[in-house]
Design a protein around this ligand. Structure first.
Ligand code: G16
Ligand code: MG
Length: 211
């Protein structure tokens, strides 16, 4: 049975991908090329600097290390500006209800995200206090599909990975959960997330109706 639940943030709890996209697209336009929504799919679950590397590759733009740092900082300033307006109503359907049900059942809850803005986002959404541990981009350095983030999250919950279930929307995240030794619930398309133990369209599917 599940003693710990580890949630990815973007795509599972909240759709921040659209705000990441707008900020990356603005950067691409400043550099003189178009970055499409299809291109943006490649950035989901990927760290900030790796996202920038992919974006520059798409645009065929060369940049020094210092220039890259500046571009990433500019993109993040714009992104933080838009997530500063995030509201609890933007929590994805069923996510808060599912977290509350898990807590009632005594399941420990952790966040396992690549984002360095994760704590700020949880606070904006008003759900920070529902997490027993937050492991994010400020605490780990190896990007998914490396299992580091989920190993750190299960350790923070003082549980073996085999007692934890990872909830992930990105293929690299599903792979990371499997590599950590956790069971994995994929959120999204069964086609893309075929390696997961179970795939649902959203956390709303897992909420139990009580009457
Ligand atoms: C999220 C997003 C990625 C983003 C990464 C780093 O990952 O899916 O697109 O590049 O965080 O975000 P930041 O620039 O805020 O540090 P996750 O793991 O929550 O899906
Ligand atoms: Mg994600």
């Amino acid at each position: 049975t599940m003693k710990g639940a580890i949630f990815d943030l973007d795509g599972v709890i909240v759709d921040t991908a659209k705000y990441h996209y707008l900020a990356w697209r603005a950067l691409a336009r400043r550099l003189g090329f178009e970055f499409t929504e299809a291109d943006n799919e490649r950035l989901k679950g990927v760290s900030r600097m790796e996202s920038l590397r992919i974006l520059l590759e798409v645009g065929g733009v060369e940049a020094t290390e210092a220039e890259r740092e500046q571009m990433a900082a500019d993109k993040n300033d714009e992104y933080v500006d838009s997530i500063s307006k995030l509201e609890p109503s933007e929590i994805l359907p069923g996510a808060k209800e599912y977290l509350l049900q898990l807590r009632e059942r005594g399941v420990k809850i952790a966040l396992g995200s690549a984002s360095k803005n994760a704590a700020f986002i949880l606070a904006r959404l008003g759900i920070a206090e529902l997490f027993d541990a937050v492991i994010d981009g400020t605490k780990v350095s190896k990007a998914k599909p490396d299992p580091e983030v989920f190993l750190a999250a299960s350790a923070a919950l003082a549980l073996p990975p085999s007692d934890c279930v990872v909830f992930e929307d990105a293929e690299a995240g599903v792979q990371a959960g499997i590599a950590a030794g956790c069971r994995v619930v994929g959120i999204g398309s069964p086609h893309i997330l075929a390696a997961a133990d179970l795939v649902v369209s959203g956390l709303h599917e897992l909420v139990q109706s009580v009457r």
